[in-house]
Design a protein around this ligand. Structure first.
Ligand code: PEP
Ligand code: MG
Length: 584
C-alpha cells in the first residue's frame, strides 16, 4: 500500500527503483550444527565460497575503468586483503572443526566477533573497516548460496535504504548500480552528502521510519531535492514523477543556455563563480560551464579508501591533472583536511582522539605531521609549473599557523628550484575561515594571507556548537542565525577594507536559497559544486545588486529565523527578469 515518508533532500535527482534494505547485523542465521562426519565437506564448501568471492572481486577489479577506477580499485583491494586474512580464515575453519557449526553460522559468529572488536574503537578509520568486514562476509555468504559462475546479485537500479552511508563507500555503491540512497540518519551537509552531489547520486537523509516502513523489494520513488520518499507509488505519483522529470529536463535545457555566459548582475557588477571540484568529472564540468576557476579542491579525498598514503609523485600527478584540466584558470588546492568524518584509508595519519572535530584537524595536523605536509607542499608546488595555483589552508585559528605555513612554502619552493623543477614565481596562499577565532581575528593576520575562503560548513558548526552531521540538530545547524550572518558580513567587510579577496566555499555558496543573501552581504566570489553553478548564475544575472545591498541592513537587524526568512522571501520578490543583454 502507498505510503509517503518525509526526509531531507541531500543530493538532487529523481529515482524510481526497488528498495534494497541494509540493516546492520542483517546476517541473522540461527545456530546450526553439523555432524562430525560432515566437517570436512562443510569446510570445503566454505573455502569454495571464499574462492568465488575472491574471483568476483578480481573480476570487478579488472572491469574498472574511468575516473573512479583508482578510488574504487583501492577499496576492492582492501576487501581482497580481508578475504585473504589468515585470522579470518583460520577462525572460520576452527569454528566448523571444533564447534561443529555450519558454514553460515560460522560466518555469522566470525562477523560478530570482528565487528565487536571494531565497535569498541572510537577511531573513524576502524569504524570504516568494520563496514568492510561486513561487506566481505556478506559476499562470502552470498556465494555460499550460489554456485560458481552464477552472477552476484547487483544493485542495478535499486534504491538502497540504510541507516547511514559513509563517504568512502558511495562510489562503490554507485559502481554496483545503486540508483539512489535513502538514509534514516545523516545530514544534508555531511561529507557523504557533498560526495553524493559530486557523483550525481540522488540522496535523501533523515527519513526516520524508512527501515521500519519499507520492505526489501518494495517499489520506491524518491526526490533528492524535496526529500520525498514514496513507498509503492500509485498512478498519481507516477504521473507526478513524469511531470517533474519533464520539468527538470526543461529547466536543464534552459540553464544550459547560460554555459559560458557572463555572471553579471543587472546593474553591471561581475561576480566570480568558482567550482568546488572533487573528481575529474567535476573539473570537466567546471571548465565546460565557464567557472572562473576551481575555488576548492579537497585533497583529503585522495587519501580515503586506500591502504597507504599517496606519495609525492602520485599527488603531483593528481594536482597537475587538475591544473591542466582547468586550462589556465586558477585552481585552489586545499591542503589536507582529514578529521571528523573524513578518515584516511591508511589509518596512519590520524591520532586516536576523543573529539576529532575539535582535535588535530586541518593545518594543525599538517604542522604536527611535518613529513606528510612537506610531501604535499612539494607536490602542489611542482604542479604550479603547469598553471595558476593557489594554496588554501584549512582550519586556521591563529596568525602563527599562517606564518609557519608561508615559511614552509617558501622553503620548499627554494629547494625545488635548486633541484631544477620549473615552478611558478609566486603563489597565493590563503586561509580558510571556519573557526570563529579566525573569523574574529582576521585583521590580525591579514598580512599573512593573500585571500580568504569562508568554510561556512564548519564555521556554522563551530559557531553554533552544532555538529554538522548530527541530524537531531539539523534545524539549529543553519546559516540563518543572526550571529552567523553578522560574522559573515564582518569577514566580507574586513576583506573589502583591506582589498583582500573573500570567497565562500561552503555548501551555502551553491544553495540557491542563499544566493541573494550572500550578494546582499557583499560577497563577490562564490565557490560551489558545478551542479548548481548555472542556477546561481541565473539568480546573479537577475539580481539588482545595489538594491540588495541597501536591504542588507534590514537583514542584519533581523533577530530571529522568521524575520530572516521574511527577508529572503522579500528579496526573491524584488527584481523581475532582466532585459536581454548583448553579448550573452
Ligand atoms: C567548509 O567547512 O565549509 C568546507 C568547505 O570544508 P569541508 O566541508 O571540507 O569541511
Ligand atoms: Mg571545513
Amino acid at each position: 500500500m502507498r505510503q509517503a515518508l518525509a526526509g531531507q533532500g541531500a543530493s538532487r535527482g529523481l529515482a524510481i527503483g526497488r528498495a534494497r534494505l541494509r540493516i546492520a547485523h542483517a546476517i541473522d542465521t540461527r545456530e546450526q550444527t553439523i555432524a562430525h562426519t560432515e566437517v570436512e565437506a562443510e569446510i570445503a564448501r566454505l573455502h569454495a565460497a571464499i574462492a568465488i568471492a575472491r574471483d568476483e572481486l578480481k573480476a570487478l577489479r579488472d572491469r574498472l575503468h574511468g575516473a573512479l577506477a583508482h578510488e574504487l580499485g583501492e577499496f576492492l583491494d582492501i576487501h581482497a586483503l580481508i578475504l585473504d586474512d589468515p585470522e579470518l580464515l583460520h577462525g572460520l575453519d576452527a569454528l566448523v572443526r571444533t564447534g561443529h557449526y555450519g558454514a553460515e553460522y560460522a560466518l555469522r559468529l566470525q562477523r560478530d566477533r570482528l565487528v565487536a572488536v571494531f565497535d569498541g574503537m572510537d577511531d573513524p578509520y576502524f569504524r570504516s573497516r568494520r563496514e568492510d568486514i561486513e561487506h566481505v562476509i556478506g559476499r562470502v555468504r552470498a556465494a555460499l548460496h550460489r554456485g560458481a559462475g552464477e552472477p552476484p546479485v547487483g544493485f542495478a537500479g535499486d534504491i538502497l535504504v540504510t541507516e547511514t552511508v559513509g563517504p568512502a563507500e558511495l562510489a562503490q555503491l554507485q559502481a554496483r548500480g545503486v540508483a539512489a540512497i535513502v538514509t534514516t540518519a545523516g545530514s544534508t551537509l555531511s561529507h557523504s552528502a557533498i560526495l553524493a552531489r559530486s557523483l550525481h547520486m540522488p540522496l535523501v537523509v533523515g527519513a526516520h521510519d524508512a527501515l521500519i516502513s519499507i520492505n526489501d523489494g518494495d517499489a520506491l520513488m524518491i526526490d533528492g531535492s524535496s526529500g520525498e520518499v514514496v513507498r509503492e507509488p500509485d498512478a498519481d505519483d507516477l504521473r507526478r514523477y513524469r511531470a517533474r522529470e519533464a520539468e527538470l529536463q526543461r529547466e536543464h535545457r534552459d540553464l544550459q543556455k547560460l554555459r559560458n555566459a557572463h555572471t553579471r548582475t543587472r546593474d553591471g557588477v561581475d561576480i566570480r563563480l568558482y567550482a568546488n571540484a572533487e573528481s575529474r568529472e567535476d573539473v570537466a564540468s567546471a571548465h565546460a560551464l565557464g567557472a572562473a576557476g576551481v575555488g576548492l579542491y579537497r585533497t583529503e579525498f585522495l587519501f580515503l579508501q586506500r591502504p597507504q598514503l599517496p606519495d609525492e609523485d602520485e599527488q603531483f600527478r593528481a594536482y597537475r591533472d587538475l591544473v591542466l584540466g582547468m586550462n589556465g584558470r586558477p585552481v585552489t588546492i586545499r591542503t589536507l583536511d582529514l578529521g571528523a568524518d573524513k578518515a584516511d584509508g591508511s589509518g596512519v595519519v590520524q591520532p586516536d582522539e576523543p573529539n576529532p572535530a575539535l582535535g588535530l584537524r586541518g593545518v594543525r595536523l599538517s604542522l604536527a605531521r611535518r613529513s606528510l605536509f612537506d610531501t604535499q607542499l612539494r607536490a602542489i608546488l611542482r604542479a604550479s609549473g603547469y598553471g595558476a595555483i593557489r594554496i588554501l589552508i584549512p582550519m586556521v585559528s591563529r596568525r602563527e599557523e599562517m606564518v609557519a605555513v608561508r615559511t614552509l612554502v617558501h622553503e620548499h619552493a627554494r629547494d625545488l628550484r635548486t633541484e631544477g623543477h620549473e615552478i611558478a614565481d609566486q603563489f597565493d596562499i590563503g586561509a580558510m575561515i571556519e573557526v570563529p577565532a579566525a573569523a574574529l581575528a582576521l585583521a590580525s593576520f591579514i598580512d599573512q594571507t593573500d585571500f580568504v575562503s569562508v568554510g561556512t560548513n564548519d564555521l556554522m558548526q563551530y559557531m553554533l556548537a552544532a555538529d554538522r552531521d548530527n541530524e537531531a540538530l539539523s534545524d539549529l545547524y543553519s546559516p540563518l542565525h543572526p550571529a552567523f550572518l553578522r560574522v559573515l558580513h564582518e569577514i566580507i567587510a574586513v576583506g573589502i577594507r583591506h582589498g583582500l579577496p573573500v570567497a565562500v566555499c561552503g555548501e551555502m555558496a551553491g544553495d540557491i536559497r542563499f544566493t541573494r543573501l550572500l550578494l546582499a552581504l557583499g560577497l563577490t566570489d562564490f565557490s560551489l559544486h558545478p551542479s548548481t553553478l548555472l542556477e546561481v548564475r541565473q539568480i546573479v544575472r537577475d539580481a539588482d545588486l545595489a538594491r540588495l545591498r541597501r536591504q542588507s541592513r534590514a537583514l542584519l537587524r533581523a533577530r530571529d529565523r522568521e524575520r530572516i526568512h521574511a527577508w529572503l522571501d522579500e528579496s526573491i520578490a524584488l527584481p523581475s527578469r532582466p532585459p536581454r543583454r548583448r553579448g550573452d
